[in-house]
Design a protein around this ligand. Structure first.
Ligand code: XUL
Ligand code: CO
Length: 479
């Protein structure tokens, strides 16, 4: 009798143990507390359990984990939405963003993070990146060399770390159509870059920066990257009193020229993109805005080697609208890619928020459609969660909203084009130039004597209304 009870008790204990072990083995996330067992960099479990593959459910859906406007396969204006958009996840914001700011510590506590910057952690994070991309249904990602792999005590060590993580990314890309929209080198975090990289006053830094960019170009190419970006985070000055601006700009041009030559040498066919930003972190950055960058490229004979990556939040920092920057790039044949984020009208710095303004998105998409798309560029979400948004699902919700906002913009542009009245309004405004004299002027064949004769003949011109309010009314009706 007694032995039967002991057996029963033993049976219960065994059952509880089995259930407990099974629960751990089944634990859907990879908590940092469980490192060393199943949560190694080789762990192949799910990082985002409970998050399904995000699907299109249409505008009436109330499901936060579904697209309301972005329908990847739907054809709009002759192209699939996914081909207009070519969306990409920014590795640094999504997987390295901590929520920390200059007044407070990190707020994000992602279950797969162990708080280290080890190669093993970098590899686990890369696996999370690929699951995220797959579930979101985009097939591109963007990275800085130093976000995806830890820096090293020497250049050799940094390159070795990078190679190890890149090899895993290559393996995870195999058999998929996932690839980097662009890669770049981070030339702003390390103290050696305090005076800049290509514009540093110190030769050794210029040399180191060149070696770092060379390696970043190689790995971007190796991963099938479609573009390579230069954002001159510290290529500028804090004071002109101690700066030889002419010499720094010459150095920057020679650096970019060497990159353009190296691109050809390694057979990289993607675009080289310069990303303008007026300031932050420096007081003044040389690639201030699109027009400044275009004139720099022209001066140094580099205009055919580069295109521009317009970031919307950078546009507003330089006192322009994103639409202005996109149109300036497009009209110069330089529109290559868009970092689709936005700032806050009451905050004066780069807040890198996901785009939610439908009016702005419609204007952005107007430029993209006029440009015939962005190929081989696309949209990179250079945007991060707010510090106070701390749930894993917030990462998905933020991207879904950013994608839906731009998709809505594209749908609005289709409405505007179909309606035709905005285009007709603009055409009518310039109709007087659709004349013999107008054609002569536009062909550069009207000299001042001819024009003076006409002015005397015609007398005071009758000047029509610009119809701005009507244009705004037509625009609004498409939103
Ligand atoms: C910084 C910024 C960068 C670049 C890549 O404001 O936009 O993340 O996009 O270096
Ligand atoms: Co950017």
């Amino acid at each position: 009798m007694e032995s039967l009870q002991i057996k029963k008790l033993l049976f219960v204990v065994v059952c509880i143990t089995v259930a407990f072990v099974a629960a751990i083995a089944d634990s859907p996330t990879c908590p940092a507390s469980d490192l060393g067992s199943k949560c190694s960099d080789e762990w192949k479990g799910e990082f985002f359990p409970g998050i399904p593959k995000i699907k299109y459910e249409g505008p009436s859906s109330k499901n936060p984990l579904a697209f309301k406007w972005y329908n990847a396969e739907e054809v709009i204006l002759g192209k699939k939405m996914k081909d207009w958009m070519r969306f990409s996840v920014a590795f640094w914001h999504t997987f390295r963003g901590t929520g920390g700011d200059q007044f407070g510590a990190a707020t994000k506590n992602w279950p797969w993070e162990d708080g280290t910057n080890s190669v093993a952690m970098a590899k686990r994070r890369m696996r999370a990146n690929f699951e995220f991309i797959n579930k979101l249904g985009v097939n591109r990602w963007c990275f800085h060399d130093r976000d995806i792999a830890p820096d090293g005590a020497t250049l050799e060590e940094a390159n070795k770390n990078l190679d190890e993580v890149v090899e895993l990314a290559k393996e995870l890309q195999k058999g998929t159509d996932i690839k980097p929209l662009w890669g770049t080198a981070q030339l702003f975090m390390h103290p050696r870059y305090m005076h800049g990289g290509a514009t540093s006053s110190e030769l050794g830094v210029y040399v180191y920066a060149a070696a770092q960019v060379k390696k970043a170009m190689e790995v971007t190419h190796y991963l099938g990257g479609e573009n390579y970006v230069f954002w001159g985070g510290r290529e500028g000055y804090q004071s002109l009193l101690n700066t030889d601006m002419g010499r720094e700009l010459d150095h920057l041009a020679r650096f970019l020229e060497a990159a353009a030559n190296y691109k050809k040498k390694i057979g990289f066919n993607g675009n080289l993109l310069i990303e303008p930003k007026p300031q932050e972190p420096t007081k003044h950055q040389y690639d201030w805005d699109v027009a400044t960058t275009a004139s720099f490229l022209r001066k140094y004979g580099l205009i055919d080697e580069f295109k521009i990556n317009v970031e919307c939040n950078h546009a507003t920092l330089s006192g322009h609208s994103c639409h202005h920057e996109l149109e300036t790039a497009r009209l110069n044949g330089l529109l290559g890619n868009i970092d689709a984020n936005t700032g806050d009208p009451q905050i004066g710095w780069d807040t890198d928020q996901f785009l939610t303004d439908i009016q702005e998105a419609t204007m952005v998409m107007l430029s993209v459609v006029r440009n015939g798309g962005l190929m081989p560029g696309g949209f990179n979400f250079d945007a991060k969660l707010r510090r106070e948004s701390t749930d894993v699902e917030d990462l998905f919700i933020a991207h879904i909203t950013g994608m839906d906002t731009l998709a809505r913009g594209l749908r609005n542009v289709a409405k505007l084009i179909e309606d035709g009245s905005l285009e007709a309004l603009v055409k009518k405004r310039y109709a007087s130039f659709d004349s013999d004299l107008g054609a002569q002027i536009e062909a550069g064949k009207a000299d001042f004597e001819t024009l003076e004769k006409k002015a005397l003949e015609w007398g005071e011109p009758k000047v029509p209304s610009a119809k701005q309010e009507l244009a705004e009314m037509i625009f609004q009706s498409a939103l």
